[in-house]
Design a protein around this ligand. Structure first.
Ligand SMILES: [Zn+2]
Length: 228
């Protein structure tokens, strides 16, 4: 995984250094944010009661948000960051809130469509149930809802990363800043950082459970994850 992340990083450097305008941005480094390992750990801790197949999809959905096409500066909001100094914190936060809302709303719709609340154990011993006893009517739809949940919760996790407090500006020009992110040596966001400062994990887990509850359990689909 580290090798993949390194090559992603090198690919980004090769692809974007040529386009970077000199002196652009205020900079706090290239974005690779929490490592994949930390994202998985946060999801497992937040949703430990979920079915394993659902949790696996949530982890995949979150990993998709960190995939190369979603690492472009224009997608910085997916990682609780700004695309550059021209973008205000408020604009980035609004884009992020929209992303979270869109994905968790879609997860909610898919979940409603694929599950059925039952009041007794189904006669079919092969029937699949969720951890809270709902009958899974449409298994692929159920897994899709889990994937969307993982994607929608990704920026919530990224927003607690020590390397991008208050919507840091994504920039390629601060090479030293690379080492603040992701799995790279000395990263602020690797597992050691979580162990050193458990407060980040507590905040991330609390926020994820809250956001999940708002959209999925309570179905408050108009809710905006924004605090101005
Ligand atoms: Zn991210």
């Amino acid at each position: 995984m580290k090798m993949i992340r390194w090559s992603v990083m090198l690919g980004m450097l090769a692809g974007t250094v040529a386009n970077a305008s000199p002196g652009a941005g205020g900079t706090s480094g290239v974005r690779i944010l929490w490592s994949g390992e930390v994202h998985s750990k946060f999801l497992r801790q937040s949703f430990f009661q979920e079915r394993k197949d659902c949790l696996d999809q949530m982890i995949k959905g979150s990993a998709w948000v960190d995939s190369l096409p979603n690492q472009a500066p224009s997608k910085a909001y997916m990682h609780a960051m700004r695309s550059g100094s021209a973008q205000s914190v408020g604009d980035a936060r609004s884009l992020m809130a929209g992303f979270i809302q869109d994905y968790l709303n879609e997860a909610y719709i898919e979940q409603q469509r694929s599950l059925e609340v039952i009041h007794a154990t189904p006669a079919d011993p092969l029937a699949r149930l969720t951890h809270d006893g709902k009958l899974i009517r449409d298994y692929p739809g159920y897994l899709k809802s889990c994937y969307l949940r993982g994607a929608g919760l990704h920026p919530v996790m990224d927003s607690t990363s020590p390397a991008h407090a208050n919507f840091a500006i994504w920039s390629i020009s601060d090479i030293a800043g690379i080492f603040d992110h992701g799995d790279l040596p000395g990263s602020l966001e690797d597992m050691q950082a979580v162990i050193r400062d458990p407060d980040h994990a507590v905040r991330s887990i609390g926020l994820m459970r809250l956001v999940n509850k708002i959209y999925l359990d309570l179905g408050l689909r108009d809710f905006r994850f924004e605090n101005k």
